[in-house]
Write a protein that binds this ligand. Structure first.
Ligand code: PGA
Ligand code: ZN
Length: 500
């Protein structure tokens, strides 16, 4: 050290030049290797620290209890509410319910208390800009449960952890003075390296607006009719903007209301959990034909395509490995009980006669082989989406990639239970060249987080129900606001909705 100093004194100019060169080289090296900045380079921000965090039991759109988190930093107070599914996959992270007399067992006071008594004391004073670190603290340390597929959140409940994770994300956006979707875009861009977040980049870049996949005819476990398939969706891919897509979707929905009323009577226009109609029909073809009629009546032929969610785990018979399309009728006709090969043939037939561009959960959640053969035979022309199959779980996504068992992810934040893992699931799917459809749950709330998530990640597609029922429309309205705010920086995904 001393010698070096002496040397410096003796040949000051040469040494300073060498030092400068070395410094610039090392800066360049670190910026290519690590993106230039590390957490320690981030200036501390006292205002970004959590002052208070509370959990609360509120109601969802079905009148069932769910978890809300309320988080305060020096930048203000934010809230987040978690949704809840009905046709839940068996590999989803745990939704903690009380199981006592209140709300027929559906109370969430245990999850709320886990926020108040376990999570809040550990998170208070922590900086909300560190999304990944805070998620990992909750998931790995405070919860710590693990199984072969990752972190099931069995101790604290995915509903408790996710509510906090969403609130942290909102507060993080406020700390950077960014819109939620802009901040999510930066989390994606920087892979959670907070010091690399660039506010100006987020405000300048272009974002993709998603095609709304609107579930307008309901069957399966979501409806009391005899239709075995769960969701029949309209996809306004031919619109020029999200705003126009929403208008087209709403117009087709109103035309469908007329079709349904005329064909099945006034009773049939009552709506299900996701705002779609549930006429008492049994035939898949009849539902698809009703949609085609409504599209034609609305003058939207060619502009609006179709999508389906089969939710086939609900009617799979594990013993004899068959799919029972008559599971909602007594003594179904034997022709309704199908092998996996017959199901693939059935999907081929349907897509050859109707403009169906996306099929979700066509097989049981463990029938990997059937998925692989469908992707191989039809995957180019039709999107094969994994919902119960993948449960937004990075390990199941990896397994599906290896077996070419899907070509799109259904991204549901409460299936996995933290924002960091949800964004990671998105990134892994994109790396595999898949599409990504952000999704609501059948039990929803006024929280519009997923609208921002779809734009921030620029997934190109979202499904959040019919253009009816405020908990669904709230997301579409948020997308309208975002598109307006972005102006020319917004581009509508349209026909290219599969390019995430
Ligand atoms: P869920 O249904 O929210 O009841 O699981 C939605 C879906 O299956 O996509
Ligand atoms: Zn589904």
């Amino acid at each position: 050290m001393g010698e070096f100093r002496q040397g410096l004194r003796r040949r000051p100019l040469i040494n300073s030049i060498v030092a400068l060169l070395l410094l610039s080289l090392s800066l360049r090296w670190s910026s290519t290797c690590f993106g230039g900045k590390k957490h320690k380079d981030l200036p501390t921000d006292e205002k970004a620290k959590i002052v208070s965090l509370i959990g609360r039991e509120v109601l969802d759109s079905r009148g069932n209890p769910t978890v809300e988190a309320e988080l305060t930093t020096g930048y203000g107070t934010v809230r987040a509410i978690v949704p809840s599914g009905a046709s839940t996959g068996i590999y989803e992270a745990l939704e903690l319910r009380d199981g006592d007399a209140r709300f027929r067992g559906a109370g969430v006071t245990k999850a709320v208390s886990n926020i108040n008594k376990v999570i809040a004391p550990k998170l208070k004073g922590k900086d909300v800009r560190f999304q990944k670190e805070l998620d990992e603290l909750m998931v790995h340390k405070l919860d710590g449960s693990q199984n072969e597929w990752g972190y099931p959140k069995e101790k604290l409940g995915a509903n408790a952890i996710l509510a906090v994770s969403m609130a942290v994300c909102r507060a993080g956006a406020d700390a950077f003075d960014l819109q939620l979707f802009e901040y999510i875009g930066e989390l994606k861009e920087t892979k959670f390296e907070v010091a690399r977040i660039e506010v100006q980049r987020a405000r300048r870049r272009t974002y993709k607006m998603p095609v709304p996949m609107m579930n307008v005819i309901n069957g399966g476990r979501h409806a009391g009719n005899k239709l075995p398939m769960q969701e029949f969706m309209i996809a306004p891919t031919g619109a020029k903007s999200f705003k126009e897509a929403l208008q087209l979707g709403a117009e087709v929905y109103q035309s469908l209301k007329t079709v349904v009323r005329e064909k099945y009577g006034q009773d049939a226009v009552a709506v299900g959990d996701e705002g779609g109609f549930a006429p008492n029909i049994q035939e898949n073809d009849e539902a698809l034909q009703d949609l085609m009629d409504a599209i034609k009546d609305a003058g939207a032929t060619g502009k609006v395509k179709l999508a389906m969610d089969i939710a086939a785990s609900e009617f799979y018979n594990k013993q004899d490995k068959t799919y029972n399309l008559g599971f909602k009728v007594d003594n179904p006709d034997p022709s309704l009980i199908k092998s996996k090969e017959e199901m693939v043939a059935f999907y081929k037939d349907v897509t050859s006669r109707f403009p169906v561009v996306s099929i979700e959960d066509p097989f049981d959640q463990d029938d990997w082989e059937a998925y692989s053969s469908m992707v191989e035979e039809m995957g180019k022309s039709v999107q094969v989406v994994g919902d119960d199959l993948l449960v937004t779980n990075p390990k199941r996504i990896l397994y599906a990639e290896e077996h070419k068992a899907a070509n799109a992810l259904l991204l549901k934040i409460n299936q996995i239970g933290s924002i960091t893992e949800a964004i990671t699931a998105y990134q892994d799917s994109v790396t595999a060249g898949w599409g990504v459809m952000v999704s609501h749950r059948s039990g929803e709330t006024e929280d519009t987080f997923i609208a921002d998530l779809a734009v921030g990640l620029s997934t190109g597609q979202i499904k959040t129900g019919a253009p009816c029922r405020s908990e669904r429309v709230a997301k579409y309205n948020q997308l309208l606001r975002i598109e307006e705010y972005l102006g020319r920086r917004a581009s509508y995904a349209g026909e290219k909705f599969r390019d995430s």
